[in-house]
Design a binder for this molecule. Structure first.
Ligand code: AGP
Length: 615
């Protein structure tokens, strides 16, 4: 996710912001920029690439060199804003990098979040004669503030806020006034109070070694920062008194948002990332789908999901959705197998590549094979501008923000949201679409509910769970890929042997494994018939004194069959095609707390890389 930082004070503001941006690098970014007042004129210096020269990738553009390029540049200013951009709308480039400047040059802004109604606002401003330089949603803010400006920046910002929908924290630099205005709704913003200086930013990391005094801005508040004072007001214009606190964390803890590991932070981000995957698209769904998947062939022959690892588990979910609801033949292929199978591909096949990193070599090579055979390709990718996204040339970005933990969590749930939206293109049923959209909108709250409802219990049982040497994860139908994903999590971070299996297949061999050292994790949700059949599998395990960990949306139907030695986790009901998003979360937490109890290197598990860029 993006990082914003601003400086107002008596020292060298560009140095403070430059170093602050370096501290925000952990948030992930692909372009960077600063804006400051140089002889009372707003000047911006932006760069695709990194903040500093990157020795790993020589020749990559960077902000530091651009700042030095300007021979007039004295590397000093007292009012400065800066931004590290994690691309969501518009590819990584200097043009799309923040800060964005208003058309007449009166304001520069840096923004973190998503302006959901940016397309509507952009069209309104274009009709009023505004010219846009970038493809971003954020640029709308700069022109909107300029449009409302009548010699009072605070009033102009307040008017602009009334038009915005979505999550944001942003900073505005004004040419006419020696101030920075900040606003917050949904994305973090805090103010460091230093010695004759203020530093405002997305988190405490840019200023923690200059001051530990901090004020946290709340949603619905604005802050006006001047040379020696600041003033917080709410969106209604009322002054707000806010106590000055002491930064509670050290630098390492800040980058993890106070969580012990990035993986846990990313599990907890899912209510937000699930929402970000659909919220700025759902109101113009048809336009979005047509734009993102242009010229879809008629009479589609098949939909093939191509991926590796967790992304393939999402692809297998897609296969069920496409077959069951779009009534189109579908398959999900391990990319590493697909490459060497000399696959038969038809021009009327659609191939969807799924990848968090967009750099997975097997998925990239498999996609190239399909492209050479002239079939339709598209990508559901998290990293904007990544190789797989570029090869695909179309599709949807996940908007999940950077996933730092090697074990993929929020990317999976965002992929399943994106797969559901893609399939709406294939399903010509307005009632299906309306029902799905209604249920989609409930998902962020359901995800929050499931985290809050299951995490305490999973934390408590983790020490017992970690004593098992083997795990069998069982799921039927759309829960089978969830069983695979749950088992993958347990393998890769707890280093415990875990197999995902179709619950119907359990009788054809794996049932021989049942003993006191093996725990069967069973996903029991969904349509009655599927629930009943999977319940039977569970009873077969119980009949052999096997111990079970049950994930269910119908506790009443199962609780009398379990003993005190078993575990039961209740999950909220949702549509089957959305249930993997909910059902996977307790399994992510189960693997996390088991691994934590075993003191594993959770964010960087042994032998694993975040992106497998070799075949
Ligand atoms: C999942 O937790 C693993 N880190 C791994 O299986 C990963 O999903 C796989 O390597 C695919 O990565 P991608 O989504 O970046 O293509």
């Amino acid at each position: 996710m993006c990082g914003i930082v601003g400086y107002v004070g008596s020292k060298n503001g560009i140095e403070a912001v430059f170093n602050g941006l370096i501290r925000l690098e952990y948030r992930g970014y692909d372009s960077v920029g600063v804006a400051f007042k140089d002889k009372n004129k707003i000047k911006t210096v932006k760069s695709h690439g990194r903040i500093k020269k990157n020795d790993v990738v020589p020749g990559m553009p960077n902000l530091e060199e651009k700042l030095k390029e300007d021979e007039k540049f004295k590397f000093n200013s007292n009012i400065v804003i800066g931004h590290t951009r994690w691309a969501t709308h518009g590819a990584p480039s200097e043009k799309n990098a923040h800060p964005h400047v208003s058309m007449k040059g009166n304001f520069a802004i840096v923004h973190n979040g998503i302006i959901e109604n940016y397309l509507t606002l952009k069209n309104e401003l274009i009709n009023k004669g505004y010219k846009f330089e970038s493809e971003t949603d954020s640029e709308v803010l700069a022109h909107l503030i300029e449009y409302f400006y009548e010699n009072d920046i605070l009033s102009a910002v307040k008017k602009a806020l009334t038009k915005l929908e979505g999550a944001y924290s942003f900073l505005v630099l004004s040419e006419a006034e020696d101030v920075i205005v900040g606003a917050k709704k949904g994305s973090p913003l805090c103010l460091g109070l230093g010695e004759k200086e203020f530093i405002i930013s997305s988190d405490e990391s840019p200023f923690i070694d200059r001051t530990k005094k901090v004020i946290y801005i709340n949603d619905g508040e604005l802050i006006l920062i001047e040379k020696n004072k600041y003033n917080i007001i709410n969106f209604e214009g009322l002054n707000v008194e806010r106590e000055i606190e002491e930064v509670p964390y050290d630098l390492e803890a800040i980058t993890k948002g106070g969580y012990d590991h990035f993986m846990l932070k990313e599990i907890h981000e899912q209510p937000t990332t699930i929402k970000n995957a659909f919220i700025s698209r759902i109101d113009h769904l048809d336009t979005m789908l047509r734009d993102n998947f242009p010229k879809l062939p008629r009479n589609i022959n098949r939909v093939i999901y191509l991926a590796c690892g967790t992304s393939l588990c999402a692809g297998k979910v897609g296969m069920y959705i496409t077959e069951k609801y779009a009534k189109i033949p579908s398959r999900a292929e391990y990319a590493s197998e697909f490459i060497y199978r000399d696959p038969v591909i038809f021009e009327k096949d659609i191939c969807i590549a799924l990848s968090q990193s967009g750099e997975t070599a097997d998925t990239k090579e498999a996609l190239k094979i399909v492209k050479e055979k002239n079939a339709y390709i598209a990508g559901l990718v998290n990293v904007v501008g990544s190789q797989i996204a570029r090869i695909a040339g179309k599709g949807m970005y996940l908007h999940a923000g950077p996933e730092i933990g090697v074990a993929s969590t929020k990317a999976f749930t965002s992929q399943v949201v994106a797969i559901n939206m893609f399939n709406m293109l294939l399903i010509d049923d307005i009632k299906y679409r309306e029902k799905l959209i209604d249920e989609l909108k409930k998902l962020p709250d359901l995800a929050e509910q499931i985290i809050r409802g299951t995490e305490p219990k999973i934390k408590v049982i983790a020490p017992e769970i970690s004593k098992f040497s083997d795990f069998l994860y069982l799921g039927r139908d759309i829960n089978y890929p969830v069983a695979l994903e749950g088992a993958l999590k347990m393998k890769e971070i707890a280093y415990l042997h875990a197999e995902g299996y179709s619950s119907g297949e359990m009788k054809h061999g794996p049932i021989a494994l049942i003993d006191k050292n093996l725990l069967t994790v069973c996903i029991l949700t969904g349509e009655k018939e599927i629930y009943k059949k999977t319940l039977n599998n569970l009873l077969e395990i119980k009949a052999r004194s096997g111990r079970v960990f049950v994930l269910t949306d119908d506790v009443q139907a199962i609780k009398d069959h379990l003993s005190d030695e078993d575990y039961i986790i209740e999950v909220p009901k949702t549509l089957p095609q959305l249930s993997p998003i909910i059902n996977v979360i307790p399994l992510q937490l189960l693997a996390y707390y088991t691994a934590k109890h075993l003191k594993r290197e959770i964010d960087k598990p042994r032998n694993l890389a975040k992106s497998v860029t070799v075949e």
